[in-house]
Each structure stands twice: as structure tokens, then as C-alpha cells.
Design a protein around this ligand. Structure first.
Ligand SMILES: Nc1ncnc2c1ncn2[C@@H]1O[C@H](COP(=O)(O)OP(=O)(O)OP(=O)(O)O)[C@@H](O)[C@H]1O
Length: 968
């Protein structure tokens, strides 16, 4: 074992050289790091040489904005105004600490994709390149449901607008970490955000050219940079930091690929040709060429609070090589090579085993035995050596396929597990390649966290609910760890400030809170990055058009919290688990509710444009880690009570969700019932109004017919109208609905009765000849007086009324019965009030244009009546008179008119004479026919005479007949 602190010295000398990319921040950092490492080199004990990532004080790095602008400014596209980031006048100061480095939080805003929805307003507005304002678009004033302030400001290390290219994003967030890992430092990068916010796109990238994410770019840059510097694989990494002699299966050679069987295999179904190498990143970092590098990959997922190896089934070397559809050699997997069963009855059973977490032995860190390690490793996680970026990408694709197989296929586009890709770099000086103690180990872990959505937005149940619960729990624990770390760091800072340089660190540490890393597998795996050394970068992905404003606000608050946490040497102290809590079985039971293998069926269905649609039914068996396999040594703070409380929170969350679902269902049911009731009501109302309308139409028709009859009688009949023709019974007949079904509806009946009452009052108000007949029976002496007064009143009327009055008055003069009061002005006035009256009014108007009856004319000629027509001449009074004369002749000559019938009216005459009292007798006028014309009664025949028909009948027919008579 060499006693020279060569590793540190070489690192220092390497890092003084500026790299080709991102030179400015590298220079700044290198200078300080060099002096620190030189100092460390002098004091570092020999044993520390095994520790690849020696604890170096990290400095706050320059924000990547400068680098970005130095590269010529990537954001040349036209952005929506909201996303044009103004140059910040006052840069937001990041917390500076020479001993610690805060977690860097970058915000990436997802663009609005053509998702078919309306163009929405984003609720994020960048104020500067580090500050963003977030305002709830749905709450002004503040929404009842929203638990966050309507508008909040959040500060990030840098904000990347929606049009940031993958290349820019990588250069400014991940490239410094890649350089660090190649230089021996650990790094952690994790994406955080709600579902569909672009986390996977950021890590893995899109399918089109130039859209490769930070993971493939990282691999490209690493292999570009170590070109010609590959080491051998005599040693391999174990655990977190350890190294051991490599076994023969630790790497996959290009020749180790084999051709799959001829029957369709899972791989054929799952293979996504779009994920082929679309593009590669050409960036090359300048490295110390005295070193050799070997790169190792591991791929784990944390699903339902269990850790699984996504490379678990990758085939060992010696298999037949295989080529993927894109022509790129690919590793194979015993799972994916399995042929898909043709029958659905026998699903393909895949089994995988959860891996336990164990504490790293102190020797891995070069610490003396008895000292606790700072981190945990996944026991049994395969670490595979890769020799090219292509090979590494193919291997990762394989892991991704495994993730898909075991993931939620129903939710295949969404990550339901946390995926952790760890790239381990073993670096050794060429001159010391045989000395395992001189090998440096560093690792970069890229984590694609599952979406932090709330269950209520994803309508999850069953397995999905379980997944969501696990995701939320792990993220919640992560947040609480960060919160506790921040609080502890503040406590330490306050103690240091208060006590000056002389402070008992043991006393300070006693006052620190326990960081609850062990309450979630995710935080347990990542613990080393937070309490050990290295650098952590958090990428916050946000979709500002997403409906989950509240969830995004929580993400932003989480980011704000993370930015205040510094990654530093452990601030936690090992605590002995309280003995009492171990004896509390209910707490332990609460913690181990998920014990036992979990079985679920998965249907994989793929296809699409240009691809065959295939389906495979799998049964997935997820076995737990062996009891006792997990490292439960009291090397870290753990309190079962806290664990139980976390579980309680989860179960309460599930209950809350259930309650919300119940509420939503109840609300939906109530809405549906109300809707149905409303619809039923609407239907019955519609029915009722239809019936009512029909009744009204029928009623109007009857009324019109009755009034037509009445008009006909009063126009052509010289005898007093018979009560039978239009009396109360007729109205009763009109009133009472003929259809018994109509009586069902009380409302209609009431309405009808009102209508009829109105109609009755109309009728009673109108001086109907029939009514008057009833009233004036035996009052013949008054007839002429009344007639005279009416004649006088005509003079004061308007021309139209005068015309009607004149006509009826002349009729009255002519009639010897009490027909003196026909339709007077008040009747006509009342006509337009109701539909029935409108019709009657029309009839009346037509009747006004009718020629006077021949009987009336006879009276006129005999000088017994003075026609008002002469007194009140109308437009065509002379022609009317001529027409009347002609009609007189015509009616006498042509008795075969089919529209009228001649009936003797002896009875009516007799009645008139009888009514006239003693001494009254009927004197026929010269030429007067002993008959009257009566229009055929149409009432009972259900035939309605249209207005125009009636008019034609009344006006045109006589003219036609007149012409005929002239011809004769
Ligand atoms: N910056 C971007 N530019 C273009 N498209 C993007 C961008 N970010 C995300 N997308 C697209 O948005 C969709 C959702 O992204 P992605 O799957 O990465 O979300 P996610 O946060 O990983 O979701 P989940 O947590 O459910 O896995 C994808 O179709 C992706 O291609």
C-alpha cells in the first residue's frame, strides 16, 4: 500500500486545468479545490486512499446562467411573453458556506403540447431567471379548495423556460456533475414534479433527434471523455464505496448478446424502436490522461416501498448475440426472451425478489471498524460494467423494459416507481492499477422520481391506490428529511455563532433532530448523498398548464425547502432504538403490513402505426426480501413510532381518499336523480302544455264555428236567431272537454275553466243577438228605439266601426225581431284579446265586406229601411249596391248553390210575429222569397272553414254567379 497521498495530489493537479466545456465555473472551483486538496493531501491518513470520494469542502458553484449566456444564448425562439425571462437586475444570492453546498434546484417549465385542449394561460410567470411567480388561475378571490396563497414567489438556482433544448439543459445542470464524477466526486440528480410534468422526458428524453435526455447524454459525455482511457476489469465495485476482485460475470461483452427464439418473446412486444439512439452528445471533457477509468451501471427501482433490481434478469455472458430492430446489439434478459403464451389462460409468470438494504461497512469508507458508515446499499444489486455508450444505453433500455413489465402497464406512460440509475466510475492511476487501495470510486445517481400527484386526480383504486400511497409516502419522507436536515443545520449554525470557535460538537449534535431517512426505502437509498459528501441537484419539472395547481405549489415549496439544505458530512448521530418500542408489536405490525409476496396480473398490449398489435398476459410475483436479510442494525436513527405514524398518515390519506370518492359518488348520484326528476317534470309539463294547446285550438275552432253560424244566421236570416243555435248549452259543449283523458290534468282543467269563463264574459259583454234575444223577448216596442240610438251612435265612430255598425244597424232596421244589437264596437274591441276573438274578428271583417242580404235590399227599395251605407258611404258603396242588386237577382234565380240551402222558415216567421205581440204581422216585401239562406253547419263535421275560403265564398262566388247571370 502506498503511503503517498498521490490520489489527492493528482486530483488537485488535474482540476487546476480548465476543461473544454463550462470552463468558467470549473476554473473558479478548481483553484479553491486545489488548495483544499493539497491541504487534505498533507493530512490524510493512508487508509483514506481506499475512499474514492474523499470529503472535500464544496463550494457554491456559479449559477449556470453565465455559462448559458457564454454559449451564445440558447433561447432564440420566440417565446410567449410570460416566458421571456427578464435579465435579473439583482441576482438572488445563494446561501454561501465554505463547508457545505446547498442543493441546487433548477426549475424546468414544460411547454404546452398540442394536447387538443384550449390554449390556456400558464399560471407561472418568471420574474427573473431565478424567480418565478405562481398565481392560482382559478382563485380570485382565493379558491375554497386551494390551500396555497393565490400568488407566491419561488426562487430557484435557475429557471429554464419551455423552449430550452435538451442540450442546453444538460450543459447547465448535469455536465458539472459528470465532470465531478469523472474527477472522483459523488453526485445526485433527481427530478421532482407532478405526473406529466416532464420528468422522464428530462431524464431519458424524447424519441426525435436532438431530444436525448440527460441520462444518454451523460453516458455519451463519459465515454467520449474516457476514450482511450479504459481500464481493465480486474476489480469491481461493491456496495456503495467498496472494491473487490472482479468475478467473471461482472461485465457484458459485446459478444454476449444472443438471438432470441423464433417465437415472439416479451422483448418483441415491449421493444420500443423509437428509443433507439436518436442522437449522441459530442461533448468531450478534458481528463487527466494518467488515469484509467472503468464504468459500471446499476439500475434499481423503488416500487411500493421495495427495492428491485432492473438488471436482475440480464443474461450472463456466453449467450448468443442479438440485434435489436434498430440494428444495435442489445443485451437480453431471461424475462424478455420468454415466449409469450398463446393462451390467455396460462399467463406468463414472472417472479422478482425485493432486495434488502444494508449499511455500508466502515471499511468501505476507510474508517476504523466500529465507526458507522453514512449510507446504505442495495444488497444484491447488479453492477454491470459497460464499455461504450451504445452498450450502456442498450442495457438501460433493457432495464427500462423490465420496469415496464413490472410496472403498471395500465399506466404505461406514467412512472409509478422511482428509478435510480447509478453510474459508478472506478479511477486508478496508470502506475497503480494493480493496487486496489489506490482505486477511487465515485458515483453519479440519476433519479426519475414517480409523479407526486394526489390520488384524487388520478382516480386510482386497488393496486394504483397502493402505488400512489407508496409514492406519496416516500416523497413525504424525502420532504421531511430535507426539512429536518435544514433545521439541524440551522441549529448547528446558531450554536457555532453563539459559542464562537470553541464549541463542543457532541453537545451540539445532541440537540439535533433525527432525520427520518429510514422511514422510506427511497430516502434510505439516497441518504448517503444528503449526509455524506457530494453534490445534489434537484430538477423541478412543472407543467404550468396542468390542472393540479395545488400539487404544483407543493412541488415548488418542496424545491424552496431543498434549496436551503446543504449537503454536508453527516449531521445525524447514531441513536439506539428505544428498547420499549421494539417490544410494541402493534407498531411493528403496522410497519409490516405489506409483508408477503404480492401477486398481480398485468396485460401488456402494444402496437400502433407500423407496428403489429401484440398482447401478453403476465402474472407478476413480487417476493419480499428475506426476513433478517435486511440490515436492521442500530446504525441509524429509527423509531418505530415514527414509522407507525407515517403508516397512520398513509392510511388516513387512503381513508380520506375513500371518503372523497364516496362524496363524489353521492354527489354524482344526487345530481343524476335531480336531473331525472327535472327531466320527468319537463316531460309532463310539455305533455300538459301540448294538451292545453290542443284543447285551446279545438275550443277556438268550436267558438269560431259557432260564431260563424251566428254570423250567417244574423246576416241571412230575417227571423230572430234561435236560442238553440247558440245558447248556453253550446258554450257548455265548448267548455266541457270531449276527451275524457283531458280531465286527468287538474291544471289544464283549471286553466280551461278560466279560459271559458273569460270567453263567457266576452260573450256576455258582447251584445250577442242570441243573448239579446233572450233578454228582449216580448220587448219589441223597444226595438226601434234601441235601433235608432245605435244609428245615432254610429256617427261618432271611426270609419271601420261605422261601416260595421252601419251594416248591422241596417240589418237591425230590417229585422223585426230583437236583432238590433249585433256586433257593436265593444264586441269588436274585445275580439283581438284572445285567439278565438281574433278569428271571430276576421270573420266579422269578412262579413262586413259581404253584400247586404236581398231581404235587406228589398227593404231599402221599399223605403222601409234606410241603409247606412248611403249615409256612411264606403270606398265602393255604389259598386257594392250594384253588386247587392245583382246578388238579389242571383239568389232568387240560382237556388242550386251548393254552399247554401234554402229552407222554409215559417216557424221563425211565426215566432217573430208571436214575439211582436198582438197586432204585429209579417208583411213580406215584394219579391222576397219565403226562405233564408243558411250556410251548412260545419260544427259537427269537424271541418274548419279557412278564412280565405270563407272570403272567397262570400265575395268571389257572387261575382262569378253574377257573371253567369249576366250571360244568361
Ligand atoms: N420540455 C419538453 N418539451 C417537449 N415535450 C415535453 C417536455 N417535457 C415533457 N414533454 C412531454 O410531455 C409528456 C409527459 O412527460 P413525461 O412523461 O416526461 O412526464 P413525467 O413527469 O415523467 O410523468 P410521470 O411522472 O407520469 O412519469 C411526454 O409526452 C413528453 O414527451
Amino acid at each position: 500500500m502506498s503511503s503517498k497521498p498521490r490520489g489527492a495530489a493528482i486530483r488537485a493537479s488535474t482540476r487546476t486545468k480548465p476543461t473544454a466545456v463550462n470552463a468558467a465555473p470549473a476554473t473558479t472551483r478548481t483553484t479553491r479545490a486545489a488548495s483544499k486538496t493539497e491541504h487534505a493531501a498533507q493530512s490524510a491518513p493512508k487508509a483514506k486512499k481506499m475512499t474514492a470520494a474523499s470529503r472535500k469542502p464544496l463550494l457554491n458553484r456559479a449559477n449556470s446562467v453565465d455559462a448559458r449566456s457564454a454559449e451564445g444564448g440558447a433561447h432564440t425562439h420566440q417565446l410567449p411573453e410570460k416566458f421571456v425571462i427578464p435579465k435579473s437586475a439583482t441576482p438572488i444570492p445563494l446561501p454561501m458556506d465554505t463547508e457545505r453546498e446547498p442543493i441546487q434546484a433548477f426549475l424546468r417549465i414544460r411547454p404546452q403540447l398540442g394536447e387538443g385542449g384550449p390554449s390556456l394561460e400558464p399560471y407561472l410567470e418568471p420574474i427573473s431567471d431565478t424567480v418565478v411567480r405562481m398565481g392560482d388561475p382559478y382563485s380570485s378571490p382565493r379558491s375554497r379548495m386551494s390551500s396555497v396563497n393565490p400568488a407566491s414567489m419561488y426562487t430557484f438556482s435557475h429557471i429554464f423556460p419551455p423552449d430550452t433544448t435538451q442540450s442546453d439543459f444538460f450543459n447547465n445542470t448535469t455536465l458539472p456533475l459528470v465532470r465531478d464524477v469523472l474527477e472522483g466526486q459523488n453526485g445526485l440528480l433527481f427530478t421532482y414534479g407532478v405526473t406529466n410534468s416532464g420528468k422522464t422526458y428530462t431524464i431519458q428524453g424524447g424519441s426525435s433527434e436532438g431530444n436525448a435526455g440527460i441520462l444518454p447524454r451523460t453516458l455519451d459525455v463519459i465515454f467520449n471523455s474516457i476514450e482511450g482511457l479504459h481500464g481493465d476489469d480486474r476489480f469491481r465495485p461493491v456496495r456503495l464505496q467498496g472494491i473487490e476482485l472482479a468475478s467473471e460475470f461482472s461485465s457484458i461483452e459485446p459478444t454476449a448478446f444472443h438471438i432470441p427464439s423464433s417465437s415472439p418473446a416479451l422483448a418483441d412486444i415491449l421493444e420500443d424502436s423509437s428509443s433507439a439512439d436518436a442522437d449522441t452528445d459530442p461533448t468531450v471533457l478534458k481528463l487527466d490522461r494518467n488515469h484509467e477509468y472503468t464504468i459500471w451501471l446499476s439500475y434499481a427501482e423503488v416500487y411500493n416501498e421495495k427495492v428491485y433490481d432492473l438488471f436482475a434478469s440480464v443474461d450472463a455472458p456466453g449467450s448468443t448475440p442479438a440485434l435489436g430492430p434498430s440494428g444495435i446489439p442489445r443485451p437480453t434478459s431471461s424475462f424478455l426472451a420468454l415466449p409469450v403464451p398463446s393462451s390467455q389462460a396460462n399467463p406468463l409468470l414472472l417472479t422478482r425478489k425485493a432486495l434488502p438494504l444494508k449499511s455500508c461497512p466502515p471499511s468501505d469508507y476507510g474508517a476504523p471498524a466500529g465507526d458507522g458508515g453514512t449510507g446504505k446499499y442495495v444488497a444484491g444489486l447488479r453492477q454491470i460494467r459497460v464499455q461504450s455508450a451504445t452498450q450502456a444505453k442498450a442495457l438501460l433500455r433493457l432495464g427500462q423494459l423490465h420496469r415496464r413489465v413490472f410496472g403498471t402497464l395500465a399506466n404505461s406512460q406514467s412512472s409509478r416507481s422511482h428509478a435510480l440509475v447509478t453510474i459508478k466510475v472506478l479511477r486508478v492511476h496508470r502506475g497503480e492499477r494493480n493496487d486496489p487501495t489506490s482505486i477511487q470510486t465515485s458515483r453519479l445517481t440519476l433519479v426519475d422520481l414517480a409523479g407526486s400527484e394526489r390520488t384524487k386526480h388520478t382516480h386510482t383504486s386497488g393496486d394504483r391506490l397502493r402505488e400512489a400511497g407508496s409514492i406519496n409516502k416516500s416523497l413525504m419522507v424525502l420532504g421531511q428529511c430535507l426539512e429536518t436536515l435544514r433545521a439541524n443545520q440551522r441549529t448547528v449554525a446558531r450554536s457555532l455563532a453563539a459559542a464562537g470557535t470553541r464549541v463542543d460538537t457532541r453537545e451540539v449534535k445532541k440537540g439535533l433532530a433525527i432525520v427520518p431517512f429510514r422511514h422510506s426505502k427511497l430516502t434510505e437509498v439516497l441518504m448517503d448523498y444528503f449526509v455524506g459528501d457530494g453534490k445534489a441537484v434537484m430538477i423541478v419539472n412543472v407543467n404550468p398548464y396542468d390542472t393540479g395547481f395545488d400539487e404544483n405549489s407543493h412541488v415548488m415549496r418542496f424545491a424552496a425547502l431543498a434549496r436551503e439544505v446543504c449537503t454536508a458530512p453527516a449531521t445525524t448521530i447514531p441513536r439506539v432504538v428505544p428498547t420499549g418500542s421494539r417490544d410494541r408489536p402493534e407498531l411493528l405490525r403496522a410497519r409490516n403490513t405489506d409483508v408477503g409476496p404480492h401477486r398481480r396480473k398485468v396485460t401488456i398490449s402494444t402496437g400502433g402505426p407500423g407496428r403489429k398489435v401484440s398482447e401478453a398476459i403476465l402474472e407478476v410475483l413480487e417476493e419480499d426480501e428475506e426476513p433478517g436479510e435486511s440490515d436492521d442494525r442500530d446504525d441509524g436513527p429509527i423509531d418505530p413510532l415514527v414509522d407507525a405514524l407515517f403508516d397512520e398518515i398513509e392510511s388516513l390519506r387512503a381513508q380520506l381518499y375513500d371518503a372523497q370518492v364516496q362524496c363524489a359518488l353521492a354527489e354524482a348520484n344526487t345530481r343524476e336523480e335531480v336531473m331525472e326528476e327535472m327531466e320527468e317534470r319537463m316531460r309532463s309539463m310539455e305533455k300538459m302544455y301540448k294538451r292545453r294547446l290542443m284543447n285551446e285550438v279545438l275550443q277556438n275552432e268550436r267558438k269560431m264555428d259557432a260564431k260563424l253560424d251566428m254570423l250567417q244566421q244574423t246576416t241571412f236570416h230575417n227571423a230572430p236567431p234561435r236560442r238553440h243555435d247558440f245558447d248556453e248549452d253550446d258554450f257548455d259543449e265548448i267548455e266541457s272537454p270531449s276527451d275524457p283523458a283531458e280531465e286527468e290534468d287538474d291544471e289544464i282543467e283549471t286553466s280551461l275553466r278560466e279560459d271559458v269563463r273569460e270567453a263567457e264574459s266576452d260573450v256576455s259583454r258582447s251584445p250577442s243577438p242570441l243573448v239579446r234575444v233572450a233578454k228582449t223577448k216580448g220587448k219589441k216596442s223597444a226595438v226601434h228605439t234601441s235601433a235608432n240610438s245605435d244609428i245615432e251612435s254610429v256617427r261618432t265612430m271611426d270609419p271601420a266601426s261605422q261601416q260595421s255598425q252601419a251594416y248591422f244597424a241596417s240589418q237591425e232596421d230590417f229585422d223585426d225581431a230583437s236583432s238590433s244589437e249585433y256586433m257593436t264596437s265593444d264586441v269588436l274591441e274585445s275580439l283581438p284579446k284572445r285567439p278565438v276573438n281574433k278569428s271571430v274578428a276576421k270573420v266579422a271583417q269578412v262579413a262586413l265586406r259581404m253584400p247586404p242580404s236581398p231581404i235587406f235590399e228589398a227593404d231599402v227599395k221599399a223605403g222601409r229601411a234606410k241603409p247606412r251605407l248611403n249615409k256612411q258611404p264606403t270606398r265602393s258603396s255604389s259598386s257594392d249596391l250594384a253588386l247587392v242588386q245583382d246578388m238579389d237577382e242571383l239568389s232568387l234565380l240560382d237556388k242550386a248553390d251548393d254552399s247554401t240551402i234554402i229552407i222554409p222558415d215559417k216557424k221563425a216567421r211565426k215566432q217573430a210575429v208571436a214575439n211582436g205581440g198582438p197586432g204585429v204581422e209579417y208583411v213580406p216585401k215584394p219579391g222576397e222569397a219565403d226562405a233564408f239562406k243558411k250556410k251548412k253547419r260545419q260544427l259537427g263535421k269537424h271541418r274548419t272553414v279557412a278564412d280565405d275560403e270563407l272570403e272567397a265564398m262570400v265575395t268571389e262566388k257572387p261575382q262569378r254567379q253574377l257573371r253567369r247571370s249576366v250571360r244568361h
